[in-house]
Design a protein around this ligand. Structure first.
Ligand SMILES: [Zn+2]
Ligand SMILES: [Zn+2]
Length: 346
C-alpha cells in the first residue's frame, strides 16, 4: 500500500512510498483509515525540529478516524466494522511515576503512532486496542479525525487554564488549536479575544463564527490598546498561546493580568528570549500542555457528538495521499487551516 513516509532523519525526507499492509499483533487493532489530518507537529517532523522521538522510516499521521477491519489476539470490547479513532500514545513503559499516576502522556519512554510507530497517512494502520475510542453515530470521520487536537485543547482550556464563567481569555494564534480553543473557552463561559496577524483575516472571521467575542490583528498599531479596552478593568485571566510564535508569547506575557494563567499549546521548535521576571512580578501560573489522555478524548468525542465543539469549519482541504506535498505546503504556508487526507481514495 502507499503511505506518506518520513524515511530519514533531518530536514525533509518525506515521500509517498510502498509499505507492507500491517497486521494486528497481540492486543492490537487494524483500522481502515477514512480521514487523517496533518498536525502542526507533522510540519516539525518534516523539518526535523521536534523533540518527540521520530524513528524513520515511519509512516506519518496520528490524527485519524476509520473502521476496524481486524482484531489481534486478546482484544476484547471492540468489533470489526466499528467506527473509531485512536490516541497516539502507542507504547509507554507502564511502570514510571507518570504511567503509575495515569499521566502516560508524560512517560519518558512514550513512543507515538505516526512518530515512532507507523501512522495513519496510509490506507491501513495498526494501534493498541486500549488507545481506541469508538465514535458515536453523530460523529463523522472528518470530525472524528480531529478528536486528537480537540482533546489537547480540552486539556489546555478546561484543565490547565481552568477557564470558568466570566473569565476573559486571550487566545493567540488562529490555527486549528486557536479555533478549537475559542470554542472550548466559549463553552466554559469565557469572554474570548482571538488574536492573529494581518494574514489571518479569514481565520479570524471563522473564529468570530465559532464564538470569539472580539478579534484582533496584532500587527495593527492599536492592537494592544484594543485588547486592553475590550478586557476592561478586570483584565485578561487566561492566555492560551496557540501560535508557537515567540512574539505572541511575549505579547501574552505583557497583556496577562497579575495571577493570570498562561497556558502553552503551540510548539516553538527553538529557544527564544522571554522576560521571565514577569512570571515573578505578576505571580503568574504558567502551564504547559503536552498531548492528551483518556478522559480528554472521551470529553472531546462527547462534545463533538452533541455538536458543541465543531471540527468541520476548520477543515479547508480534503486530499488523496498522492497529493501529500500540496497538503503539507498549503498547511505550512497557512493557505489551509486543516488538511485532511482520505487514504481510501486513489
Ligand atoms: Zn497532533
Ligand atoms: Zn512510563
Amino acid at each position: 500500500m502507499k503511505a506518506i513516509v518520513k524515511y530519514q532523519t533531518g530536514d525533509g525526507f518525506i515521500g509517498l512510498r510502498d509499505v507492507p499492509e500491517p497486521e494486528p499483533g497481540e492486543g492490537e487493532v487494524k483500522i481502515a483509515v477514512q480521514a487523517a489530518g496533518i498536525c502542526g507537529s507533522d510540519l516539525h517532523i518534516w523539518h526535523g525540529d521536534i523533540e518527540i522521538p521520530v524513528k524513520p522510516p515511519v509512516t506519518l499521521g496520528h490524527e485519524f478516524a476509520g473502521v476496524v477491519t481486524a482484531l489481534g489476539p486478546g482484544v476484547t470490547g471492540l468489533q470489526v466494522g466499528q467506527r473509531v479513532t485512536a490516541e497516539n500514545s502507542h507504547s509507554v513503559c507502564g511502570g514510571c511515576e507518570y504511567c503509575m499516576t495515569g499521566d502516560y502522556n508524560l512517560c519518558e519512554e512514550r513512543l507515538a503512532t505516526g512518530y515512532a510507530y507507523d501512522g495513519a497517512f496510509a490506507p491501513y494502520c495498526v494501534v493498541p486496542a486500549k488507545r481506541v475510542h469508538v465514535l458515536p453515530d453523530t460523529v463523522d470521520f472528518l470530525t472524528g479525525a480531529l478528536s486528537d487536537p480537540s482533546a489537547c485543547v480540552y486539556r489546555a482550556v478546561c484543565e490547565k487554564g481552568a477557564v470558568g464563567p466570566g473569565d476573559t481569555v486571550l487566545i493567540l494564534g488562529v490555527g486549528p488549536m486557536g479555533l478549537f480553543s475559542t470554542q472550548y473557552a466559549k463553552l466554559s463561559g469565557g469572554k474570548v479575544i482571538l488574536a492573529g496577524t494581518a494574514a489571518d483575516a479569514a481565520r479570524l472571521e471563522i473564529g468570530r463564527e465559532l464564538g470569539a467575542d472580539c478579534t484582533v490583528n496584532v500587527t495593527q498599531p492599536d492592537a494592544v490598546d484594543n485588547v486592553k479596552r475590550f478586557a476592561g478593568r478586570s483584565g485578561i485571566d487566561v492566555v492560551l498561546e496557540c501560535s508557537g510564535a515567540p512574539d505572541a508569547a511575549r505579547l501574552g506575557l505583557q497583556l496577562i493580568k497579575k495571577r493570570g494563567r498562561f497556558v502553552l499549546v503551540g510548539i516553538y521548535g527553538r529557544p527564544f528570549e522571554l522576560d521571565f521576571d514577569q512570571i515573578l512580578y505578576k505571580e503568574l501560573v504558567v502551564k504547559g500542555m503536552f498531548s492528551h489522555k483518556y478522559k480528554a478524548w472521551e470529553k472531546a468525542i462527547s462534545l463533538a457528538a452533541q455538536g458543541l465543539i465543531k471540527a468541520k469549519p476548520l477543515i479547508t482541504d480534503i486530499l488523496p495521499l498522492s497529493e501529500w506535498e500540496k497538503g503539507f505546503r498549503r498547511f505550512a504556508e497557512r493557505k489551509a487551516i486543516k488538511v485532511i487526507f482520505e487514504p481510501q481514495r486513489a
